[in-house]
Design a protein around this ligand. Structure first.
Ligand SMILES: *Cc1c(COP(=O)(O)O)cnc(C)c1O
Length: 439
């Protein structure tokens, strides 16, 4: 990693600057560098840190090196920008797609075949066809999709995976909901039926998938998922004779959005998974069984920043800082009430550790009162023109953008390992916005 990418020494630990009440969280990209870029480039914009993304992907792959078939399929929907997808392609990852457009993006960057896992739901036949044309692994969401693919999408492929919904046995959380209330997957009984039917229909190779949480910070959760899927793979083998070749633990590894939270240790997830493997898979004779994951958030989230400038300050019944970004650039806070840390950088990074001037709401310009990045947040005094960094915007950030109120989606940049900055997606223009109109 190059020095410029290290968090500034003064904010290297998530702590409260002394006596200020304003917690500090390190940025993936140096504050002065972000301010310099905000002077050169129109704000708002998203910027990602190549070195951080690559190092993280390598760490995940290294943690699971004990499993020769291990593969992380990056969840394309988190950051569907070729400039980012190419990094994962080059780090030996696959791509997890759930729509035709995501499949097309993979095709464009030369990712095809079993490097693609197609984990869709309520899928139209045309999308199954497209996935099959690319040779992707189809991960079916329902038992009825077997005859559907057979009849409407030109026949069953050689390899199939099924998504398991464990129902009320397990947790779940606010984003994905409780498994029994979630629309995804097969019930346990349906799974056994599914493998039998698929085998009878000529399918030769099989996988098993579950994704039961989102933004989960407890490593044990993923170990428990692995344990559940290993045990189920053994049961399927005993009951149907079908030998499952891979289990996909899904995505959902959380990230420390709040100062003081701890990142999930991949090593801990891996060690627990290996213990379960040795205990369950080996004695059942199912080795080698490949372990897959399809994380999005933890792969890019912490390495992306939304850079914005303060436009207005307003004091009525509460105090507000208005910025030039809005929910169209990052809708998680408005949609889920999700916490995203905000750092006030000032003009050149000088405010990073400044004391709090009291609580403010940081707001965008949509005609929607939930267009707020932060509510009652302790922040240093903000002047018009100050640069603000919204942290952890690298996943489910730009990609969730929308055009309500005629807002244009902003550009995305990559801070490369050599220190240069590359535009990987231009900002939208009014011509883009009006391109679908008949007048
Ligand atoms: C969204 C999604 C993912 C990625 O989730 P993260 O929380 O970003 O890791 C993986 N698999 C499926 C099926 C998904 O829907």
């Amino acid at each position: 990693m190059s020095a410029v990418l290290d968090p500034p020494a003064s904010s290297s630990a998530p702590s409260s600057a002394e006596g200020t009440g304003a917690p500090v969280k390190p940025l993936p990209i140096d504050a002065a560098k972000l301010c310099e870029l905000a002077d050169e480039l129109p704000t708002p914009f998203h910027i990602y840190d190549e070195a951080g993304i690559r190092a993280n992907a390598r760490r995940l792959n290294a943690a699971f090196a004990w499993n020769p078939g291990f593969r992380e399929y990056f969840a394309v929907k988190a950051t569907p920008t070729p400039g980012i997808l190419e990094l994962f392609r080059d780090e030996n990852c696959g791509m997890d797609c759930s729509s035709a457009a995501e499949l097309m993006l993979c095709d464009r960057i030369g990712v095809t075949g079993e490097r693609i896992m197609f984990t869709s739901n309520n899928t139209p036949a045309v999308e199954f066809r497209r996935a099959k044309e690319l040779g992707a692994i189809l991960n079916l969401d329902d038992l009825t999709h077997l005859p559907y693919v057979a009849e409407e999408a030109g026949g069953l492929p050689e390899t199939l995976c099924f998504r398991f919904n464990p129902g009320p046995l397990r947790g779940g959380n606010a984003i994905i909901g409780k498994p029994e209330d979630a629309k995804y997957g097969f019930t346990r009984e349906q799974l056994f039926d599914g493998y039998r039917q698929a085998q009878a229909g000529g399918v030769k190779r099989f996988g098993l998938h579950a994704m039961v949480a989102s933004n989960e910070l407890d490593p044990q959760f993923f170990v428990d998922t692995a344990r559940m899927l290993f045990a189920l793979a053994v049961e399927v083998h005993e009951a149907t004779g079908v030998r499952i070749e891979f289990v996909n633990l899904g995505g959902g590894i959380g990230i420390p959005y709040r100062p003081g939270q701890e990142a999930v240790s991949y090593e801990q997830v891996s060690e627990g998974t290996k213990a379960a493997y040795d205990e369950i898979v080996l004695p059942a004779g199912l080795d080698p069984l490949a372990v897959y994951m399809e994380n999005g958030r933890c792969m890019t989230g912490p390495y992306g920043v939304l850079v914005t400038k303060a436009v207005h300050r307003k004091e009525i019944y509460k105090r507000y800082v208005g910025v030039d970004a809005c929910m169209a650039n990052l809708m998680r806070p408005g949609m889920y009430g999700a916490y995203h840390h905000v750092s006030v950088l000032g003009r050149g990074g000088e405010k990073v550790n400044a004391p709090s001037a009291g609580p403010v709401d940081v707001v965008g310009s949509l005609c929607e009162n939930n267009d707020k990045f932060a509510i009652d947040r302790e922040l240093p005094a903000v002047e018009r023109g100050d640069v603000l960094a919204i942290h952890d915007a690298g996943a489910h950030g730009h990609s969730m953008g929308f055009q309500y109120n005629g807002k244009l989606r902003s550009a995305e940049y990559l801070l490369k390992e050599d220190g240069s900055v590359e535009q990987i997606r231009r900002a939208e223009t009014y011509d883009d916005l009006f391109a679908t109109l008949n007048v």
